[in-house]
Every structure is written in structure tokens, then in C-alpha cells.
Design a protein around this ligand. Structure first.
Ligand code: KG4
Ligand code: ZN
Length: 337
């Protein structure tokens, strides 16, 4: 099958063509970051309108890159949720319309399943069962993947997601939007141990997370500091160390409690170098395999949607002619593939 993937759940327009025999043929991304930066965060209505402007030229460019005629497509996959409803509707309506016009099947993909399966786009993909750490701007979850499409939630954040904590902490310290990568860049100049923040919820059993208190600790440290560039970098480093260490501790627990031999990490925060290093050290010590997508497939992209959709379409799963957009959607409710 040759599947067109469309991602428009938030502030990135992503498009890709995945072929079930030949692999990923092309992918293109347009990021709206510059547009939202002026407002210090994503403005949903502006996001929807920009997806409308960008999507069709991006699809044409991606098909040209892939060397695939529109008429040669045999399936369409679009992000159906979770996400901003207006933004989702743009990709859903376009995807559904293309499928209708070409008389080919379409499927609405769960955005977090897209993230979760992104590591399988890399060489030597892991096979289930495995544990997945999903760390994005909206979600922080540990998931047991028994089979593809069969997901058990082991733990999740009770308040802010890890990416959200990065973004809010960065904003508090006056850093530019989007805060995650900016704060991570600043932390490179920071000294480890100059500021030590807590590792939330690691002092009790369980696999849930809480990151909102950490944000408050950073705020207090920042307010009572000399506001110098070095102090800012030191605080950024202390925050990043705390998040990476907390995620590592919970991953080790999940690996021990499930007995799984593979940990897969996905979502925007998965691009964080310190987290990748902390988990690599842990995997070496614990004797388990660690799999990441390449950094550009950690953050939102069309390739992960084309891939997840292709797996489901190839397994015969189809969606009716309705345009599906689900701002909230429980991943555990998905059918197995
Ligand atoms: O997966 P993603 O692109 O979008 C969602 O589905 O939410 O994740 C975006 C999140 C943002 O919160 C962003 O600040 C964070 O991932 N992020 C990072 C890094 N790159 C992106 N956080 C920490 N370090 C990074 N290098
Ligand atoms: Zn995402």
C-alpha cells in the first residue's frame, strides 16, 4: 500500500508517504512556531487557519519528493485526535476528501499511537512486547505494548506533561517559545548540582508522574536569584536533570515490574539529549534495549501518522465516510492491529 499521512493536531503541518513494501518515501513538515512565538504559545484559531494555507502545497511537494502520483495512492491516514479540534478538522477533512475523490480507504490515527510507533520507522525495529515512554507537550505516559494496537496504561502525569513543564518553566524564566528546546539549549551551559530540584513522586510506589510542583520550585529559585545568565543556565540545568532523572527512575520501575526487555521512547521531549543519555546509561546498566526515533521524528511529523495508518489499513481496518476529529481519545480503547 502507498499511504499518504497527514498530521495537523497542533502547530505543525506534517505530511508523508509511506509504502508498506518500500518504507518511508518522503516527508515534509511546516512548523508554525514563528507565527505563535509572538503570542508566547499556540493560538488555536491561527493554527487551524495556517493548516488550511499550508496543507495542500505541502501534500503536492511531498508527493513530488516521493515520486508518487496522487492517483497511485492506495490509502490515506490522518490524525483524528487528540489535539486542537479546529486544527484536527483541517487534516481530517482534507484526508477524508482525498480518500473520497480517489475512492481509496482512509483511517483516523491516534496521535499518541503515531508517536509510540515512530521508533519502528528506524532500522532493526523492536517487536512487542515492550514498554513505551511517551513524553510530549500534552502527555507523559508509560504504556505496556503487548501487541501492536494493544496498549495498557501503566502510569501517567497527574498534572502537567513533561513537555508542558519544560515550556512553562522556560516561559517563567523569560525564555522564548517554544521553551523546551530553548531551555535544553541553555542547560548545556549550566552546572549540574548548582541547583537541585526534587524528583517528584519517586519516593512512593507507582508509575504516575507530577511535574507542576517542580515548576513552582524553579519559579522560587529564579525569583530569589541574581538573574544572571549563568544562574539562569544553572537553574535550567537543575530542572532538566530533575525531569530526566524522574523519567529514568520511573522507566526503570516499569521495566522491572513488566519484565519487558525493550524500552521505546517517543514524543517531543524524547529529543532531549540529557534524557536520551540518562536512559542510555540506565539501559546499559539494566541490560535492556533502548529505542528512540531520530530526533526529527520525536516531535510532531507526518511520517509517524502515515506509518501507523499504513499498519492499520494493511490489516484491513477501515473508517466510514465520516470526518473524525476527537480532541480527547483514550489510546487503550483502540482495536489491536
Ligand atoms: O510531541 P510534540 O512535538 O507535540 C505534542 O504532541 O505535544 O512535543 C512537543 C513538546 C513541547 O513541549 C516541546 O517543548 C518539547 O516537546 N520538546 C523538548 C525538546 N524538544 C521538544 N523538551 C525538552 N528538550 C527538547 N530538546
Ligand atoms: Zn505530538
Amino acid at each position: 500500500m502507498s499511504v499518504l499521512g497527514i498530521e495537523t493536531s497542533c502547530d505543525e503541518t506534517g505530511v508523508a508517504v509511506y509504502d508498506t513494501r518500500r518504507g518511508l518515501l518522503a516527508h515534509r513538515l511546516f512548523s508554525q512556531i514563528a507565527m505563535h512565538a509572538e503570542y508566547g504559545g499556540v493560538v488555536p484559531e491561527l493554527a487551524s487557519r495556517d493548516h488550511v494555507r499550508r496543507l495542500w502545497p505541502l501534500i503536492d511537494a511531498c508527493l513530488a519528493d516521493a515520486g508518487v502520483q496522487r492517483s497511485a495512492l492506495t490509502g490515506v491516514a490522518y490524525t483524528a485526535g487528540p489535539g486542537l479540534v479546529g486544527a484536527l478538522l483541517v487534516g481530517a477533512a482534507a484526508g477524508r476528501a482525498i480518500a473520497w475523490a480517489l475512492d481509496i480507504p482512509a483511517i483516523g490515527v491516534h496521535h499518541m499511537e503515531g508517536h509510540l510507533l515512530a521508533p519502528l520507522l528506524e532500522a532493526d525495529p523492536p517487536q512487542p512486547p515492550f514498554v513505551a515512554l511517551l513524553v510530549s507537550g500534552g502527555h507523559t505516559q508509560l504504556v505496556l505494548v503487548r501487541r501492536l494496537g494493544d496498549y495498557e496504561l501503566l502510569g501517567e502525569s497527574l498534572d502537567d506533561a513533561a513537555g508542558e513543564a519544560f515550556d512553562k518553566t522556560a516561559k517563567m524564566m523569560g525564555l522564548a517559545y517554544p521553551g523546551g528546546p530553548v531551555l535544553a539549549g541553555l542547560a548545556e551551559q549550566g552546572r549540574s548540582g548548582a541547583f537541585t530540584f526534587s524528583r517528584p513522586m519517586t519516593d512512593r510506589p507507582g508509575l504516575d508522574f507530577s511535574f507542576s510542583g517542580l515548576k513552582t520550585q524553579v519559579l522560587l529559585a529564579w525569583q530569589h536569584s541574581d538573574h544572571s545568565a549563568q544562574t539562569q543556565a544553572d537553574i535550567a540545568r537543575g530542572f532538566e536533570d530533575a525531569v530526566a532523572d524522574t523519567l529514568r527512575i520511573k522507566c526503570e520501575r516499569a521495566m522491572a515490574s513488566t519484565g519487558a526487555g525493550v524500552l521505546v521512547v517517543a514524543g517531543g521531549v524524547g529529543a532531549n539529549r540529557r534524557l536520551r543519555q540518562a536512559l542510555a546509561d540506565s539501559a546499559a546498566r539494566g541490560g535492556y534495549r533502548l529505542c528512540f526515533p531520530r530526533p526529527e521524528f520525536c516531535t510532531d511529523n507526518g511520517a509517524m501518522i502515515a506509518f501507523a495508518g499504513a499498519l492499520r489499513l494493511a490489516a484491513g481496518q477501515r473508517q466510514g465516510s465520516e470526518i473524525q476529529a476527537r480532541p480527547r481519545w483514550d489510546m487503550a480503547s483502540l482495536p489491536a492491529i
